[in-house]
Design a protein around this ligand. Structure first.
Ligand code: PGA
Length: 242
């Protein structure tokens, strides 16, 4: 795992955008997977600006969404579907047919997950997956205790995930479960880009980077990933010993 520490969030966001652009410029038909949340917002802004400036073409890419709240419709403003189209796909000119996202309104989660797993295999796996880290060490909705080889699955969400999740919605929203790509898919991404910023993430970054590799802290598995790039700001790096 490569760990890069930046002076501030802007520098981190620019570097993350640069990494993604580099992948797409080398491989225009790259398969990408994006998370929502606060951590990547700056990256998405930078990506849109830099792609426009450089004329980077995303028209041959294929994109997956990392996760979704179950029971939340795609058109609702806090849904992962809504946010990915708003922050990533529309600004980059990525069309709906170039994407595959979980449907939070599915009444058949098993089929929804089977289709997602099949689609990822069908396109030959994910070239670059961008994720954040939850305060409890989750990646996507892979909460502590998750099966580390899992594919797409439904997940009961922890209190801390529900509390921070509520902040993405502009009105109180009933959320209890999520649907997510599994840790097996996170570990199989050819590049795993992990972002964290701010002092609230310092403790979990310390555990994930310097603690034991354990499914109590799913993010600790990035230590074993064949190509993980962790980008953090100084505040999130504050509890690291090295
Ligand atoms: P955040 O969320 O980027 O909003 O901090 C990360 C996560 O919970 O996965």
């Amino acid at each position: 795992m490569e760990c890069r520490i930046f002076d501030n969030y802007n520098d981190l966001s620019d570097a993350a955008a640069e990494l993604i652009l580099g992948i797409v410029e080398r491989k225009p038909e790259a398969v990408l997977c994006f998370a929502t949340g606060n951590s990547p917002v700056g990256t998405y802004k930078a990506l849109a600006g830099m792609a426009k400036e450089r004329g980077t073409d995303f028209s041959q890419c294929f994109c997956f969404g990392l996760d979704e709240w179950l029971g939340v419709p795609p058109e609702k403003s806090g849904s992962c579907h809504y946010l990915l189209f708003d922050q990533v796909f529309r600004p980059l000119g990525i069309k709906e047919e170039q994407t595959h996202l979980f449907n939070g309104m599915t009444t058949d989660v098993t089929t929804e997950c089977r289709i997602m797993n099949g689609e990822i295999e069908h396109v030959g796996g994910i070239d670059c997956m961008l994720v954040g880290i939850g305060l409890n060490g989750h990646i996507g909705f892979n909460e502590p205790g998750v099966d580390m080889e899992s594919g797409a699955h439904e997940q009961e969400l922890h209190e801390s995930t529900l509390a921070s999740g509520q902040l993405y919605f502009n009105e109180p929203t009933a959320i209890a479960k999520g649907i997510t790509l599994g840790m097996g898919q996170v570990m199989n991404a050819r590049t795993l880009l992990i972002l964290a910023n701010g002092k609230s993430k310092a403790e979990i970054i310390h555990k994930a980077c310097e603690g034991p590799v354990t499914n109590d802290v799913p993010a600790s598995y990035m230590q074993k990933h064949r190509h993980a790039v962790l980008m953090i700001d100084k505040e999130a790096a504050a509890a690291l010993s090295k």
